[in-house]
Design a protein around this ligand. Structure first.
Ligand code: G3P
Length: 218
């Protein structure tokens, strides 16, 4: 399973990249705003800065919701760097634009996926990735992981090339369950990725080993 980090924070992206396990980055307008990145020029430069840190797909979201606007913005975003993936919202004009981009060889990530029907449509249009927001489904007492599993079954039934990019991942168990289900990619916060390394028996075992080494070598 590929690991993407879901942030626009350059320090966090560097830290995850330095671990050697980072495959890509996802951003969205809210994450950009959280870092105080505003204005078209600053936002474009920020995407380039991210692409200069990580050698992998970087999702950059369009803000238009109509076909012409999505095509215009997405076509420009794709010129910024070879690793840019155009993130397109799950609306009918977005589906049309994904088909357009797919014919042009421009990679896409269909975002705000909350149902299997939406995932099926995006795959039919030729999306490179689809982003089911599993944490936000959990937030409304639905089951985000069930949706990821349902999409996995549908894509496998028809050998769709579209990759499932589990998004809105909130904690390490989300990551582990996504891996069990066979999600192609997960995108989550640095905290959830780092939490995978922690186990109290590892901590206590290491303390014991270090104490015994010290005793035997003084
Ligand atoms: O990648 C989608 C993600 O940014 C949404 O996450 O935690 O705001 O639901 P969250």
């Amino acid at each position: 399973m590929q690991f993407f980090i879901d942030t626009a924070n350059l320090d966090e992206i560097k830290e995850a990249n330095d671990l050697g396990i980072l495959d890509g980055v996802t951003t969205n307008p809210s994450l950009m705003a959280k870092e105080g990145i505003t204005g078209e020029e600053n936002i474009m430069n920020h995407y380039i800065s991210i692409c200069n840190i990580v050698d992998g797909p970087v999702s950059a979201e369009v803000n238009a919701t109509d076909f012409e606007g999505i095509v215009k913005e997405g076509t420009y975003l794709a010129t910024l760097h070879k690793n840019i993936v155009v993130k397109v919202p799950m609306v009918l004009d977005g589906i049309k634009a994904i088909k357009y981009f797919s014919k042009k060889g421009i990679k896409t990530n269909c975002t705000l996926i909350f149902s299997a029907g939406q995932a099926l449509l995006a795959a039919k249009a030729g999306a490179t990735y689809i982003s089911p927001f599993l944490g936000r489904l959990d937030d409304i007492s639905a089951n985000g992981l069930d949706l990821v599993a349902q999409i996995r079954t549908i894509y496998d039934n028809y050998a769709f090339d579209t990759q499932i990019l589990a998004a809105s991942v909130r904690h390490p168990m989300h990551i582990i369950h996504c891996a069990e289900i066979g999600s192609d990619v997960m995108t989550g916060p640095l905290k959830a990725i780092k939490a995978l390394a922690s186990h109290p028996l590892t901590t206590s075992g290491l303390e014991q080993f270090l104490a015994d080494f010290k005793k035997g070598n003084q």
